[in-house]
Design a binder for this molecule. Structure first.
Ligand code: PEP
Length: 226
């Protein structure tokens, strides 16, 4: 089971060191920490697997504010999230830029968690499968690629996909591309076990609940098959 902690724009280096000094993931979980760029070094120093939250597609160039895959590799980072819905919503990422970011990262030897997922409006309009098909179609086929199914309406809202809805979406994604699929969207200690037990769920991408040591520990424990 893979559990990826997406810390978003929380925790600078000091808090990162403090958290990772206190946190010991239980055996049997493939745990990944995804801190902000400025905390990557502190996280790498802890010896944990560390991914960035985003990566640019060019090797280098005049792209103010961006970070390349090569720079992440040099820092000891093992992978990157791409296409998170917050990147798509606030920073103009599209299916095409997500695919370019994924290709560059994979080409540089990084692992990739590519996020897909429908908005509430798209789900209500019955467009979920069409949206997922479109988002998955552009992604590179690669053994180091993992997909995170994150229904946009469930991220940071406290609304979690029902187990049936989650299983169906994961099975659909797996019918398009044979890769591990993580679930993301308000995963908490009290709902992690039932979500992680679904046959088509290979782990979780956790935002808010990954910021607290006890809560992340509980989610990791819940993810271990009994
Ligand atoms: C996320 O950031 O990918 C996420 C799923 O956030 P949350 O767990 O807070 O909904």
């Amino acid at each position: 089971m893979m559990i990826a902690a997406n810390w978003k724009m929380y925790k600078g280096p000091r808090e990162t060191r403090e958290f990772l000094g206190r946190f010991t993931p239980p055996d049997g979980v493939d745990l990944i920490i995804c801190p902000a760029y400025t905390s990557l070094h502190a996280a790498v120093e802890s010896g944990r697997a560390v991914y960035a939250q985003n990566v640019h597609w060019a090797d280098e160039g005049a792209y103010t504010g961006e970070v390349s895959a090569g720079m992440l590799v040099e820092l000891g980072v093992q992978g990157s999230i791409v296409g998170h819905s917050e990147r798509r919503q606030y920073f103009g990422d599209t299916d095409e830029t997500t695919a370019k970011r994924a290709e560059a990262a994979l080409g540089a030897g990084l692992r990739v968690i590519a996020c897909v997922g429908e908005t509430e409006q798209e789900r209500e309009a019955g467009e979920t499968e069409e949206v997922l098909r479109r988002q998955v179609a552009v992604l590179p086929r690669h053994e180091r690629l993992v997909i995170a199914y994150e229904p946009v309406w469930a991220i940071g809202t406290g609304k979690t996909a029902t187990t049936g809805l989650c299983q169906d979406a994961h099975a659909f994604i797996k019918s398009l591309l044979h890769v591990p699929v993580l679930y993301g969207g308000s995963v908490k200690p009290d709902n992690a076990a039932e979500l992680m037990a679904l046959p088509a769920v290979d782990g979780a991408l956790v935002g808010g609940a990954s910021l607290d040591v006890d809560s992340l520990t509980a989610i990791c424990r819940a993810a271990i098959p009994s």
